[in-house]
Design a protein around this ligand. Structure first.
Ligand SMILES: *Cc1c(COP(=O)(O)O)cnc(C)c1O
Length: 386
């Protein structure tokens, strides 16, 4: 239950393990076309341009920056943790003059502050992280998207820990780029950078005065490939990750078959249940309110007196894998648990029991049963739905 790579469903792994298709095989062309079309559905962006590129989420971040930034452009980064700082660095690498608004751990930046900043200067691009995987803080992507467009900035949403787990209506919310990677809430093994780009952002890119900084990242190389596969034609620029694209087809089908709204609701219930269990164990979670708490992962602080190394060693004796801290300033004071993709009640239960066991091993006296009951208060909803 680390926050990515997550466990994949069986049909995804079967597709991944099938004999490697050629990138010009008719069956593969169909799968690629299906993926591109399903992405627009999952991103809720019917008129967007989808891209599927071999690489990680960081490549998707870099691709948006490399194509939309020209030297000297101003970029505003709304940072709610580790990945905001990463975006600032990437934008700088591509020549942007970056202003970063950095929230304290567990907090977001007030919308008034964002608005004041957007008013004070003309920003070409504004980036924000939907769910920062280092803090489990979720921003209000709709409000930020609307603020960015109000002041004429292209908005880029790092949705690596949220797409398919949290509601994102890219087109309705007017967000220009929503990007993710295959291994988080999409539920596919790592290796694909995924993004959908608005018509407005594609037009801005077309009107660039200077060539994009980068070769592999240049949309000029990839757009014809995506267009070709969208119309059921093969094309070559760099070899597509054919097994991964076959797996992505299954992953996206699973998401759509569950029903997008159902899926968001399930994530919401699992998130609430897990947090309730942690609070029942006496832990404090990093996000400072329920509204700021992600549905895809949680980040509880360790109780006073429990050493990180001891806790993780005790977790090693359970069947549950969780992740340590990521945000440098508090790295050894908390841990992270992903509850996305196909996670259900059974996994939440095992995890709550595992964490209770580990805390008791560290000398606390916590009640696993009471924690599970607190979780069940929320999970009942999942049970009655299914
Ligand atoms: C995981 C993650 C990334 C980086 O993705 P990689 O696939 O590891 O490169 C970026 N942003 C967020 C919010 C993430 O959770």
């Amino acid at each position: 239950m680390i926050p990515g790579p997550i466990e994949c469903e069986a049909n995804v792994l079967e597709a991944m393990g099938a004999p490697t298709p050629g990138h010009t095989a008719p069956d593969f062309i169909t799968s690629f076309a299906n993926c591109l079309s399903m992405m627009k559905q999952v991103w809720q962006c019917p008129s967007g341009q989808p891209f599927i590129i071999a690489g990680t989420g960081t490549l998707a971040m870099e691709m948006a920056a490399a194509n939309l930034i020209e030297r000297g452009d101003k970029a505003l980064v709304i940072s709610t943790g580790y990945f905001g700082a990463r975006y600032a660095r990437i934008l700088e690498c591509h020549g942007a003059e970056v202003t970063m608004l950095e929230a304290d751990p567990g907090q977001t930046i007030d919308n008034e502050m964002v608005e004041k900043t957007l008013k004070s200067e003309k920003y070409k691009v504004m980036t924000f992280t939907h769910v920062d995987t280092s803090t489990a803080v979720r921003t209000d992507a709709q409000a930020l998207g609307q603020l960015g467009s109000k002041y004429g900035a292209l908005t880029i949403l790092d949705g690596v820990c949220s797409v398919a787990g949290e509601n994102i209506a890219q087109e309705d919310w007017g967000i220009d780029v929503v990007l993710t990677a295959s291994q988080k809430a999409i539920g596919v093994p790592p290796g694909l950078a995924l993004m959908v780009v608005s018509e407005k952002a594609m037009q801005t890119w077309e009107k660039r005065k200077t060539p994009a900084t980068g070769y592999y990242t240049d949309w000029a190389n990839w757009l014809p490939i995506m267009k070709a596969y969208e119309s059921n034609q093969p094309a070559y620029f760099g070899t597509p990750a054919t097994n991964l694209i076959k797996a992505l087809e299954k992953g996206l089908e699973n998401i759509i078959n569950e029903g997008m709204q159902q899926r968001f609701k399930r994530h919401e219930i699992l998130g609430k249940a897990f947090r309730a269990a942690m609070i029942a164990l006496g832990l404090t979670i990093i996000p400072s309110s329920e509204t700021l708490s992600a549905n895809t992962l949680s980040a509880p602080y360790l109780p006073d007196g429990v050493q990180f190394a001891d806790f993780m060693a005790a977790m090693g004796h359970t069947k549950v894998a969780i992740a340590g801290g990521l945000l440098q300033s508090i790295k050894t004071r908390y841990f992270r648990v992903g509850h996305m993709g196909s996670t259900g009640m059974d996994e939440i239960r095992l995890c709550v029991e595992g964490i209770s066991f580990a805390l008791n091993e560290c000398g606390l006296k916590v009640d696993a049963e009471a924690a599970w009951e607190a979780a069940m208060e929320h999970l009942k909803e999942v049970e009655s739905d299914s």
